[in-house]
Write a protein that binds this ligand. Structure first.
Ligand code: C6P
Length: 415
């Protein structure tokens, strides 16, 4: 826990928070680092780094199988992390929490295990036009395997989902609605509870890709009413290689195991096996134990700040960035002007996003340039890439101002 939970309202509190992140205090290319690539991955606070060191220095052992003290300690910490995730999401029970490698693996698990069992020719998988490739390619593969087809909710000119056509799209053939909570390209926040309710009304299963929301908003899976929800630890202060799939207990019960191997079985014979209930039946092999413990520490850290404060802070920075960049000559900001998540994508009329992003790096400013794993939507908008700034609770308005100054400087440099 953060010893003295700060709010984000004062500069002093923000400085105290920033002191928890060793990596932020360095120069890059001769300039103080301004790290605005948090949608790709966030930085890690000392509390998380220390939780990993403590685990490896004191408790390292395999979980669930050793009848010795270290293994018992590792198992207790690992399962305590699962309980922390269940609390963080307001899941009905820790058995609804499956540890995976990240959002991508969580969605592939559903596409392969649930999709393999329940999709058939004639069924429809409903996605949106703003999905990350991780919530598109696994469904393309599932469709190829099962004979189901894909359908897409369109994105309008403002970068919002066009829900005017939802009734014609969400027909009884739809077996699954899978959508991103916050677009990692446009910053659009989608109405998760409303979409899940509409899916439920036609008997479809819902999956929320919470990769860009889990570290920023209060998420309550019972209030959202989703069947599945996926996110990655590394986008919310935890290590890479650990993520979560939440699945409603009744649907996990019906879903067959995914990978086979150790730990997920009850009994094995040469010819056949029986399986443990969820979550074990979806966690074959030795899990990322340290990663799960690090995720637990990250959740405590985030909760010590408070998600409403984080959301307000990130969205205020994104709004300031939107207005600052939109006012610069030559720049166009993409996505909705208001009610957006903590990120801003933009293009310049004549500077290629890769050149712009490299120019920023020379000034110590870390942005992301590229297609952000949104190639189909990029193509629809007539773009091949954009630059993107994405914010977290340790970023400051001074950093937004610095970014806007650097982007103005780029105008002069590339002229
Ligand atoms: N987006 C970004 O820079 P993984 O790689 O499994 O941790 O997360 C995949 C993923 C899924 N959905 C959304 C909405 C995402 O934003 C991401 C990751 C990174 O935007 C890398 S492309």
């Amino acid at each position: 826990m953060h010893p003295n939970p700060p709010t984000l309202h004062s500069a002093a509190n923000l400085e105290a928070l920033r002191a928890d992140f060793p990596v932020l205090h360095q120069k890059v290319n001769g300039h103080p680092l301004v790290y605005l690539d948090n949608a790709a991955t966030t930085q890690k606070p000392r509390a998380v780094i220390e939780s990993l060191v403590h685990y490896y220095e004191h408790d390292n052992a395999n979980v669930h199988r050793g009848i010795h003290t270290l293994s018992n300690r590792a198992t207790l910490s690992f399962e305590a992390a699962r309980e922390s995730v269940a609390g963080y999401l307001n899941a009905a029970s820790p058995e609804e929490i499956i540890f995976t490698r990240g959002t991508t693996e969580s969605i592939n698990l559903v596409a392969q295990a649930w999709g393999g069992a329940f999709l058939k020719p004639g069924d429809v998988i409903l996605l949106t036009e703003m999905e990350h490739h991780s919530n598109l390619v696994p469904w393309q593969q599932a469709a190829q395997r099962t004979g189901a087809t894909l359908r897409f909710i369109p994105v309008d000119s403002e970068g919002l989902l066009d829900l005017s056509q939802i009734d014609t799209l969400l027909t009884p053939e739809v077996k699954l609605l899978s959508f991103t909570h916050i677009s990692n390209f446009l910053g659009t926040i989608n109405p998760a509870a409303e979409l899940c309710a509409r899916a439920r009304a036609v008997g479809a299963v819902s999956l929320v890709d919470a990769a860009q929301s889990a570290g920023h908003l209060t998420l309550d899976v019972q209030a959202i009413g989703c069947d599945f929800l996926a996110f990655s630890g590394h986008k919310m202060c935890a290590p890479t290689g650990i993520g979560i799939l939440f699945g409603r207990a009744s649907i996990l019960e019906q879903t067959p195991p995914w990978q086979g191997g150790g730990e997920m079985i009850l009994s094995v014979r040469y010819e056949s096996s029986t399986y443990k209930p969820a979550p074990s039946k979806f966690e074959a092999g030795t899990p990322n134990i340290a990663g799960a413990i690090g995720l637990g520490a990250a959740l405590h850290y985030i909760q010590s700040i408070g998600r409403p404060a984080i959301q307000a802070h990130d969205e205020a920075l994104a709004q300031a960035a939107f207005e600052g960049i939109a006012a610069l000559p030559g720049y166009q900001v993409l996505g909705p002007r208001h009610s957006r998540g903590g990120l801003v994508s933009f293009v310049h009329e004549s500077i290629h996003p890769h050149d712009l992003t490299s120019f920023c790096d020379q000034k110590g400013l870390a942005l992301r340039g590229g297609h952000h794993c949104n190639q189909p939507l990029m193509r629809k908008l007539g773009l091949s890439s954009s630059s993107r700034a994405s914010f977290y609770f340790y970023n400051t308005t001074a950093e937004v101002d610095r970014m806007v100054d650097i982007l103005l400087e780029a105008n002069r440099f590339f002229a």
